[in-house]
Ligand binder design. Sequence first.
Ligand code: FAD
Ligand code: DLZ
Ligand code: SF4
Length: 512
Amino acid sequence: MSDGKPCLIAVLGDQLSPDGAALRTGDKARDVVVMAEVREEATYTGHHKQKLALTFAAMRRFADELERDGWRVLYTKLTDAENAGSLVGEFARRAEEVGAEEVLTLAPGEWRLRETFDSAPIKIRQLPDDRFICSEKRFADWAKGRKELRMEWFYREMRRETGLLMEGDDPAGGTWNYDKENRKPAQPDLFREPAPTFRKDTLVQEVLDMVEAEFPDNFGTLEEFNWPVSRAQAERALEHFISHYLCDFGPYQDAMLEDDRLLYHSLLSSCLNLGLLTPREVCDAAEAAYRAGRAPIQSVEGFIRQILGWREYVRGIYFLEGPDYTSRNALNHKRDLPWFYWSAETDMACMKAAIAQTRDLAYAHHIQRLMVTGNFALLAGIDPRQVQDWYLAVYIDAYEWVEAPNTAGMSQFADGGVIASKPYISSGAYIDKMSDYCGGCAYAVTAKDGENSCPFNSLYWHFIDRHRARFEGNARMKLVYRNWDKQDEATREAKLKTAEAILAKLDAGARI
Ligand code: FAD
Ligand code: DLZ
Ligand code: SF4
């Protein structure tokens, strides 16, 4: 890079941050930015149509912004005739065009691409992605020598290190974690400020049309597309969340309502994952609301924990555990993913609601992902690779570094307990407590067995029974096994028989 030759600075579709290390290192007067919409990235999974549209629209907008900022940008659109079809192919083509010998980029958020870049015929220098609060090295240092990794301990260290929500050496409000005060069910609130809307200008409309034309069979619909595609729109989304929803975020973050698909969630994950917002500025904005007395500690702490804690933690785990993480299957689950995950054609009201909103919005909130669709897949023994493929495809914010640990680890226990100390499973009672789905369901949540009983009820005990050897000794599950063993044999038999019938229906591709 020093002999006067230009360097190519590659900005990938989820690296849309003007102050990432690659752009910071580059020289506007000499270097050239390369950005490319390519089939290889558009098809490594069956991305939701809205995810494709958001990626391409945000990339185009960011390229415009870089040009306005004085960069020379070589941008390839998906349908350009000369498009090489892959990132490495485009880098090579552009390098030849400008006489560059080296490509500089932020290390991608996926092992797949890191390995591809390492073995590319052109030299690609991958700089550590410094858009996170905790670097990969920092996480590895923290993890070194620990017998067990737990998010809570990591999170407290991050609080101390960043000073976020700290009063000297103590946590603000006197407690590190306010989860116990949260977890409330919600009621519909007709007076709540509506979610912000983002104008579909010509650029966005062009991309939406292109996605519909090029990917007509991909999962999802585009009608309700309403995602921030630029830094300015992302700032507006953040501001709106802080002003109108943060206050109630904590208590209702686990709640689910049939007619309120978003509740008090921020919908900021796509902005964060694309790089339109930094995690630090989002945490700072939430903390400022607390300090100004505009939001209570339990909401602000709950929100900051998701970003400073969970988001940084799962990324650390993904890169610490290595490329084989996604192929683990600790529970030896082998069943195929039921077709209704793609069609929403099921009589289970909770599953139907979560999948239908996923199709229409490319969004479902954490508890829908974990305790509805994830819970069902785990109880039913679905192959975790297929479950991961689904989560990677269907959500607006899906990138492997964050999707895989959440799905394989937190949701499916496929990593054998690296992320979760016990499986996240529940019967229908939890869903009934946290949502209003069960009232309108074809199944009876109070029925424990029989054809009309809630499938989560019998599948729950089937899971407990079939995984006794693994979980019986887990201190956090002792009570559950005691409860199972207390039930008389006929009751247990009836539950297991009901579960077997449901699993047989799944295997036969029948509707449930
Ligand atoms: P909010 O509820 O408003 O939370 C605020 C922010 O905290 C989010 O924007 C997100 O950046 C962060 N956050 C919250 N929970 C997590 C978490 N568990 N891990 C990482 N960050 C978190 N999140 C993704 O960004 N991409 C994924 O591909 C993804 N896949 C998931 C798969 C499963 C099975 C599960 C259970 C969770 C997954 N999550 C994923 C985490 C979480 O569900 C989403 O981040 C969240 O629902 C996004 O909506 P929001 O922006 O409204 O979040
Ligand atoms: C997700 C995505 C898609 C759909 N398309 C592109 C693309 O055409 N060009 C690009 O540079 N990046 C794209 N991306 C984002 C990459 O897949 C992402 O950088 C990796 O998944 C690593 O996180
Ligand atoms: Fe879901 Fe069971 Fe409730 Fe139906 S009864 S909505 S399947 S939890």
